[in-house]
Design a protein around this ligand. Sequence first.
Ligand SMILES: NC(=O)c1ccc[n+]([C@@H]2O[C@H](COP(=O)([O-])OP(=O)(O)OC[C@H]3O[C@@H](n4cnc5c(N)ncnc54)[C@H](OP(=O)(O)O)[C@@H]3O)[C@@H](O)[C@H]2O)c1
Length: 281
Amino acid sequence: MSASMQGKTVLITGATSGIGLAMARELAERGAHVTLVGRNSAKLATVAEQIRTQTGNPNIETILADLATHAGVQLTAHEFKRRRTRLDVLINNAGAIYMTRQVSPDGLEMTFALNHLNYFHLTNLLLDTLKATAPARIINVSSDAHRGQVIDFDNLQGEKSYSGWTVYGRSKLMNLLFTYELARRLTGKGVTVNAMHPGFVATGFGKNNGALMNLAMRLISPIARTAEEGASTGVYLACSAEVEGVSGKYFVDKQPVPSDPASYDQKTAERLWEISLEMIA
Ligand SMILES: NC(=O)c1ccc[n+]([C@@H]2O[C@H](COP(=O)([O-])OP(=O)(O)OC[C@H]3O[C@@H](n4cnc5c(N)ncnc54)[C@H](OP(=O)(O)O)[C@@H]3O)[C@@H](O)[C@H]2O)c1
């Protein structure tokens, strides 16, 4: 039987497409109050209305914000706290790959800004609400693309050299370093944090990189999972009684699995934490 989410409040980023949209719909179906964060107001309104209609759940709210910016992350946390006093599940999902180096309005490399700093910043801004709601859960959507990567602190902004896939893989390694460091810091606080890999999923992923990447994604999409299949591990981490109290793990297909050895390096995690903290100060 599906675990109910009646009475639970969920905030999910990148909810206008792909895995985020599928997770939002499933959690709404189970009765959660769901706040969708997206950067495109028309898409956000359409998706929210679709979810209300498809699930019969009227409790779907939206926050419009560009999460690649400090201001957008701050606005999201501020607006959410203005509306709601509890947060049972935070799902950091918004992410992208940039095949050419791009810079955010704050002067940061875009993959770093969106895939890592956004997760770090938003979570830290919402931690007081999560702790006040405890037991509460944080889910960070990472990727198996983290495997084989190392963090290059001398080239964190990709200024010396840049490869889209490498920078993407490193950002997903950062998701794991952040997850494990946060789990250590949250011990005994009633808030768990886990990371997940959704599998290879046919979504809008990569579509911001021109016609060639678009075509490549379309060609390989027949072997990909559906967004619903990709969402299933995130939904499991959000709802299941089996993972109550489980923290600091990496899940693939609803199972905890070891991540790359580099992701367990505590010194690297602490260094990344301190650098990230300075960037959002
Ligand atoms: N697809 C895969 O095979 C795969 C595999 C492993 C991990 N992942 C991870 O899964 C997560 C979701 O990706 P997806 O595959 O579902 O891709 P997607 O369909 O492109 O969805 C990405 C979501 O992030 C949002 N987003 C992008 N930039 C944003 C910004 N600056 N501010 C706010 N929201 C922003 C997008 O908004 P718009 O709708 O406005 O574009 C969209 O809602 C990512 O973290 C990705 O790294 C995906």
